[in-house]
Write a protein that binds this ligand. Structure first.
Ligand SMILES: [Zn+2]
Length: 202
């Protein structure tokens, strides 16, 4: 696979992960690629989120991170989780854009953008993605049922100054054999190209 040699695997006491260091200040994150432990309960994995994160990062020159093996906790629920420090190392510019990818059940729409507790930071950015989703006839909810609240990676990184938002998508959006998948990939790539041309990624 193109770019695979640049991906590195790491292990710590909290679990293992793969990462890709890019040069464009955007990072795609998939903290739930592997099943996680939340409040002592196992939560199911979100397979495909990691592959999409890495594919997008490779195509646009950005960075990516995904969990890669057994996890001790939940990177998107445990405040101060070290996974978030890896993001800060991969993307040292606190003005960088972080998109935290997740999988959700079908609730009548295909995608949900969560703008976190500091939505002003991503105002003008998520709307560009919404526009690209509309072009591809992908339905979208904003802020419900997932907004990326205090405990999440999204708000934690926003507190550090990152322009972070959460993107929850239905499982078919990650299934490369589905009719939906090519639309999702096109929309996300067009979104990043727009950010490059409008100066949001300088
Ligand atoms: Zn998730």
């Amino acid at each position: 696979m193109e770019g695979l040699s640049d991906t590195t695997f790491h292990q710590a006491n909290w679990g293992s992960w793969r990462q890709l260091q890019g040069s464009v200040p955007i990072l795609f994150s998939a903290p739930h690629e592997i099943a996680q432990i939340r409040n002592s309960n196992m939560k199911v994995a979100e397979p495909g989120t990691g592959d999409l994160a890495f594919l997008l990062a490779e195509k646009v020159g950005g960075s990516a991170i995904a969990t890669a093996d057994v996890q001790a906790g939940d990177p998107n629920w445990d405040i101060g989780h070290p996974y978030r420090d890896v993001i800060r190392e991969l993307l040292p510019s606190p003005q960088g854009i972080v998109i935290d990818l997740h999988m959700m059940k079908d609730r009548g729409f295909m995608t949900c953008i969560g703008c976190g507790n500091f939505p002003d930071l991503v105002d003008g950015i998520w709307q560009e993605l919404a526009t690209e989703f509309t072009r591809e006839y992908i339905s979208l909810s904003v802020g419900w049922p997932f907004n990326g609240g205090r405990k999440t990676i999204t708000t934690d990184l926003q507190i550090s100054g990152y322009r972070a938002f959460q993107l929850e998508m239905r499982s078919d959006c990650y299934d490369t054999s589905s009719e939906t998948y090519p639309k999702i990939e096109r929309a996300l790539l067009a979104f990043v190209e727009k950010l490059k041309t409008n100066g949001s990624l300088l």
